[in-house]
Design a protein around this ligand. Structure first.
Ligand SMILES: O=C(O)CCC(=O)N[C@@H](CCC(=O)O)C(=O)O
Ligand SMILES: [Zn+2]
Length: 350
C-alpha cells in the first residue's frame, strides 16, 4: 500500500522509486494530521485543529544534487510521520528535481530555479519546464487555500564552492518595501547570520513566493554540495530547532534580531553572461565572498571587460558555464554597522 511504503521508506526513497508521475493519495496520522501526496516529491500536511497562524513551504533539491537539504527534509518528514514533531501549521514539503537527484546533477536540461513567476512559459518543453509549471500550481493552490495566514517559504540549497560565510541567505528583492528585522531574526535563529539583499526581481522559487504572496521567503545556502550520505546533518541543529518552533508555536516572539552578529550585504551588480566566451579572470574554486578591489578586471567577454567599480566588492555564485542570458556572478557590498543603523533610521530596515 502506498501509505505504508511512504512511511516505511521515507519521502526521499519513496520519491526516487517513482521520480515522475507519482499517483496522488492521502491518509491521516494518529494525531489526525492529514497527509497528501500531491505529486512526486510533494507532500502537504494539514493539522486537524485549526489554530494555525502561518502557512509554511519548505523546499529542497530544486537543483537535484544539493543533497544536505534534501536529506534534512527527508528526516523532518520522517519525524512528522513518527509524531516526534508536532505540527500545528499547514506545511508543504517539496523535493524539487527528483530525476536530477537520480543523476546527481544540478539540472537535466535547464536550471529549474530560473523558471518561476511564469518564466517557464518562455522555454521549450522539457522536464524542468513542466516541473516548474506543476510546482507553481501546487504552491499557488497551497497559498490560496491558506490566504488568511502569513506565508513562509524557505528554499534550501547548498553551494557549488566553499564560502567565507558557510551559511547564508538571499533576501529576494522587495520592490521598495522595507527589509524586516523579524525575518532576519528567524534566519539568525536558524544559524544563518549572513544575508544578501537582492537589488532586482528574479525568477527564483523564493522570489516567486515573496513577490506573489508577500511570503517571508528566502533562498538559504547551507554549506557546500556533497554526495548523498556524505553530509554532516548535525551542522543543521539550529535549523531543526527553529523549524520545530515555526511548525508548532503560535507566536514567534522569542526570536530577536541581533545587529552585532549580522553580516549583511547589498547586491550591487548582477553580472549576466551574454556570449559563449564569457570567462572569469580568477580561479572558479575561489570561495564565495572573496573580495576584489576597485579596478580589478573580473571577467571578459568578447571585447568587453567587467571591472570592479566602487569596491571592494565580493563575489557570490560565480559560474561562467551558465547558459547565455543567465547570471554568471553576483557582486555584493558589505554593510557596515553604521550602514545598518542608517537603514533603520531611514526605515529601510524595520
Ligand atoms: O553555488 C552556486 O553557485 C549556486 C548555488 C545556488 O543554487 N544558488 C541559488 C541562489 C538563488 C537566489 O539567488 O535566490 C541559485 O543560483 O539558484
Ligand atoms: Zn541551488
Amino acid at each position: 500500500m502506498a501509505k505504508t511504503a511512504l512511511i516505511q521508506q521515507g519521502l526521499l526513497a519513496f520519491t526516487l522509486n517513482s521520480p515522475q508521475n507519482a499517483k496522488p493519495f492521502d491518509f491521516e496520522l494518529a494525531n489526525n494530521t492529514k497527509v497528501m501526496l500531491l505529486a512526486s516529491g510533494v507532500l502537504q500536511f494539514e493539522p486537524k485543529e485549526s489554530t494555525s497562524s502561518r502557512a509554511i513551504v519548505l523546499s529542497a533539491g530544486i537543483h537535484g544534487n544539493e543533497t544536505a537539504p534534501i536529506e534534512f527534509l527527508d528526516r523532518l518528514v520522517s519525524d512528522i510521520f513518527a509524531l516526534e514533531i508536532t505540527l500545528d501549521q499547514p506545511l508543504l514539503v517539496i523535493l524539487g528535481n527528483p530525476p536530477a537527484m537520480m543523476e546527481a546533477k544540478r539540472e537535466l536540461s535547464v536550471n529549474l530555479n530560473r523558471l518561476f513567476i511564469g518564466k517557464h512559459k518562455n522555454y521549450e518543453r522539457c522536464y524542468e519546464v513542466e516541473r516548474a509549471n506543476q510546482l507553481e500550481t501546487l504552491l499557488d493552490n497551497f497559498y490560496q487555500s491558506y490566504q488568511h495566514l502569513p506565508a513562509y517559504h524557505l528554499d534550501l540549497h547548498t553551494a557549488i564552492r566553499g564560502s567565507k560565510h558557510e551559511k547564508f541567505a538571499v533576501y529576494p528583492f522587495t520592490q521598495g518595501k522595507p527589509w524586516k528585522k523579524s525575518s532576519l531574526a528567524l534566519l539568525q535563529s536558524c544559524g544563518v547570520d549572513c544575508v544578501l539583499f537582492s537589488n532586482e526581481p528574479a525568477s527564483t522559487f523564493s522570489y516567486h513566493s515573496s513577490a506573489k504572496y508577500n511570503a517571508v521567503a528566502f533562498t538559504v545556502e547551507l554549506g557546500k554540495v556533497h554526495a548523498f550520505g556524505q553530509n554532516d546533518l548535525s551542522k543543521l541543529d539550529q535549523l531543526v530547532s527553529t523549524l520545530q518552533q515555526l511548525l508548532s508555536a503560535s507566536k514567534l516572539n522569542s526570536l530577536e534580531f541581533e545587529a552585532n552578529k549580522a553580516i549583511l550585504f547589498e547586491v550591487s551588480d548582477v553580472v549576466n553572461k551574454h556570449q559563449e566566451d564569457f570567462c572569469f579572470s580568477f580561479n572558479q574554486s575561489q570561495a564565495n565572498f572573496t573580495e576584489y578591489q576597485t579596478g580589478y578586471e573580473l571577467a571578459k567577454e568578447g571585447s568587453e571587460r567587467v571591472v570592479i567599480s566602487n569596491g571592494p566588492k565580493a563575489i557570490v555564485f560565480p559560474n561562467d558555464k551558465v547558459a547565455i542570458g543567465q547570471r554568471a556572478v553576483l557582486l555584493v557590498k558589505r554593510m557596515t554597522q553604521s550602514d545598518i543603523v542608517q537603514a533603520e533610521k531611514k526605515h529601510r530596515l524595520i
